[in-house]
Write a protein that binds this ligand. Structure first.
Ligand SMILES: Nc1nc2c(ncn2[C@@H]2O[C@H](COP(=O)(O)OP(=O)(O)O[C@H]3O[C@H](CO)[C@@H](O)[C@H](O)[C@@H]3O)[C@@H](O)[C@H]2O)c(=O)[nH]1
Length: 243
């Protein structure tokens, strides 16, 4: 029985999905994969179904009816994983901005180290981002600084989406109380793990922007993060923030 599952949310990732699945399933350590697809018009889910014939025991697919956001895709995936016996539950993008080889480094930080959360971090040793335009690097770096300042969390890459959670973390957090649907979900999850006193370790990784397909980042995602983080902090100061 494989003890680790990599959850990969997809929306229009037809150009990446086969390669990312094959890369992860070819790693030296065994991982299962759960794809959470939001009815991608480009046929991503249909491609996954074909690949399931090749990897019937290790590749799983959840299909949702439409584009419901990155955060809710992960929550759906977490609940699926908790119904099974996985001990290590990962988040990873489909587009190779996260290097699948680094999964093993994140795994080791939780399985062999003392951390319950391992974050593939772009900003723990300088700025390790390749191919993003300067404006996007600045936005992401400033967002991480802002979140660190407001929340007081000792995490440099607070918006990172390359994570290993030990099962106990996802069992402790009330997944039905997660407020953010977009990328700010990443911040909220880390904040809840931090408030729950879990040990969060940042593992330096190089984030390389996608060469195929397009980002789903939008202005709404930014305002969700800016105001949402303030709300989150204020609530926790007045003890009305539920983990
Ligand atoms: N199912 C589903 N998947 C989605 C949705 N929106 C995005 N995705 C998937 O989520 C992954 C990340 O989306 P991208 O649009 O490629 O993200 P990015 O702009 O490269 O953003 C990166 O930086 C963010 C901020 O630092 C990170 O929060 C994010 O995880 C990612 O690493 C991809 O696999 C994409 O298909 C959605 O609504 N539904």
């Amino acid at each position: 029985m494989v003890d680790a599952v990599v959850i990969i949310p997809t929306y229009n990732e037809i150009e990446n999905v086969e390669r990312i699945i094959k890369n992860v399933l070819a790693l030296q350590r065994d991982f299962d994969i759960l794809i959470v697809d939001d009815n991608s018009p480009d046929g991503t889910a249909a491609k996954v179904k074909v690949l399931q014939e090749e990897y019937p025991e290790h590749l799983f697919l959840l299909e949702r009816e439409g584009k419901l956001g990155l955060g809710t895709a992960y929550i759906t995936g977490f609940k699926w994983a908790l119904e099974r016996s996985y001990e290590y539950i990962f988040e990873m993008d489909a587009d190779f901005s996260h290097n699948p080889n680094d999964l093993i480094r994140l795994y080791n930080a939780c399985a062999k180290g003392t951390s319950q959360v391992a974050v593939g971090s772009r900003y723990v040793t300088g700025v390790n981002v390749v191919n993003w335009p300067m404006s996007r690097v600045l936005l992401s770096w400033l967002a991480s600084k802002y979140v660190r300042f407001i929340t007081g969390m000792d995490v440099h890459d607070t918006t990172a989406g390359f994570i290993c959670y030990k099962r106990e973390v996802l069992e402790k957090i009330n997944l039905n109380k997660i407020k953010f649907v977009g990328y700010a979900f990443q911040i909220e999850m880390k904040y809840k793990a931090y408030l729950s006193k879990f040990k969060i370790k940042e593992i330096p990784v190089i984030f390389t922007d996608r060469t195929r397909g397009t980002s789903k980042m939008s202005k709404g995602i930014i305002s969700e993060a800016v105001f949402g983080v303030l709300r989150m902090k204020l609530k926790s100061m007045f003890n009305s923030y539920e983990i």
